[in-house]
Design a protein around this ligand. Structure first.
Ligand code: SF4
Ligand code: SF4
Length: 378
């Protein structure tokens, strides 16, 4: 993850990651990042530009950074992604991003009124303007929807908004904002999050031909393949790193700007062992060991891995006092998918409680197996 700046022109009510007056990464820092990675590891790499707002770095930054990362790190077969609110998208920026076929992730919390209430007045319009420019230049854009303790009351409107506008739905629960005086004001509780996931799964199954809910696909893949497929559900600590605007290296973009989580700096070209030996690296390792013990008796441990370490340890200043607080939500949706899948399997073999064949009503309602078939076919 490359974080060109923590600055952001928006003022979303629940933001936990932007910083006013954050500097912009210099091209020299990109060059040092390249030098660091030349001998770091040999695995394929995906560079995700994140923020703050990464487009604040401007077209010139990407015009120089992208060839540096591509041409000098060919042995890592680099791929790219970018997460932005699109406000600063220009034809010039879109041209350079399109040249490298960079998929864009953006943020939209639902219909205009609801979105602007949470994200700031005029947000929707600015994002849509950038979206149009991105589309005109052939860029692929997918939106992430943050559900808060407020917007969850409008879950049906939000679902319909994404469906009716032909948009893929990917969601995030609002996290406690560590930069706010009232950190939990917008945060979605684990119980609410779990119920929301089950609700969205039902809506998704009913409307499978009209919408894709990415999180539900991911949860199903976890349960049915026994492997985590997104960072929350793997041991991210050895495979994800973030470089902040000043070249400091962190375990993930979420920690950028938190001095206690600095693992090193690209200018020192640290090895994987150096990063692991740093106090922040050791803390991340301790979290992994903690999950092995704490989640030992959980049937989902193989593909959940204690959830997101940031969620677990950032609110306690790095102290390990528990696993990801969303554990409750994860269990809720993993159990639901597993139980339904087993019932469907039993039904399809005529092994239901009554020993009879599945009824017309149960077989006519699309279930997890239909969703899996659809995902495989895609
Ligand atoms: S800390 Fe959380 S968000 Fe960051 S890579 Fe790990 S699981 Fe993903
Ligand atoms: S669901 Fe909860 S207990 Fe189970 S592995 Fe995930 S975090 Fe641990």
């Amino acid at each position: 993850m490359i974080i060109p700046t923590l600055g952001c022109p928006s003022k979303c009510a629940y933001c936990w990651s932007s910083e006013v007056d954050s500097p912009i990464m210099s091209i020299d820092t990109v060059k040092e990042t390249v030098e660091w990675l030349k001998n770091f590891r040999n695995d394929p790499v995906t560079f995700t530009f994140h923020g703050g707002e990464p487009l604040l770095a401007g077209a010139e930054f990407y015009r120089k950074a992208l060839p540096l990362l591509t041409e000098n790190l060919q042995h890592l077969t680099p791929n790219f992604a970018l997460q932005t609110n699109l406000w600063r998208m220009t034809p010039e920026l879109a041209d350079v991003l399109a040249e490298y076929k960079i998929p864009i992730g953006s943020s939209l919390d639902g219909p205009r009124e609801l979105n602007d209430l949470q994200r700031s007045e005029g947000y929707y319009e600015r994002t849509m303007k950038g979206y149009e420019i991105a589309k005109e230049h052939g860029l692929q854009v997918q939106f992430i929807c943050t559900f808060t303790s407020y917007s969850v009351k409008f879950k049906e409107d939000i679902f319909n908004y994404f469906k009716d506008n032909g948009l893929t739905l990917k969601l995030h629960p609002a996290l406690p904002s560590l930069r706010s005086d009232d950190p939990d004001k917008w945060a979605l509780s684990p119980q609410e999050y779990g119920e929301l996931l089950v609700y969205l799964m039902d809506k998704y199954l009913e409307n499978m031909n009209q919408i894709e809910v990415r999180n539900i696909n991911d949860y199903c893949r976890c349960v049915l393949t026994g492997r985590g497929t997104v960072c929350t559900f793997v041991d991210c600590m050895e495979n994800t790193f973030a470089v902040g605007p000043d070249g400091n290296i962190y375990p993930c973009y979420r920690f950028v700007g938190m001095p206690e989580f600095v693992m090193g700096n690209v200018r020192d070209h640290p090895s994987q062992q150096d990063l692991a030996a740093s106090p922040a690296g050791q803390r991340m390792r301790r979290y992994k060991d903690y999950v092995d013990k704490e989640c030992k008796g959980c049937k989902h441990i193989r593909y959940c891995r204690g959830g997101c370490p940031y969620n677990a340890i950032a609110p306690t200043g790095g102290e390990i006092k528990g696993v990801d607080p969303h554990c409750l939500a994860y269990k809720r949706i993993f159990d639901e998918i597993g139980d339904r899948f087993n019932q469907e399997m039993m039904g399809s073999f005529g092994l239901g409680m009554t020993g009879s064949q599945p009824s017309a009503s149960s077989s006519s309602r699309p279930g997890i197996m239909s969703l899996m078939k659809r995902m495989i076919a895609k």
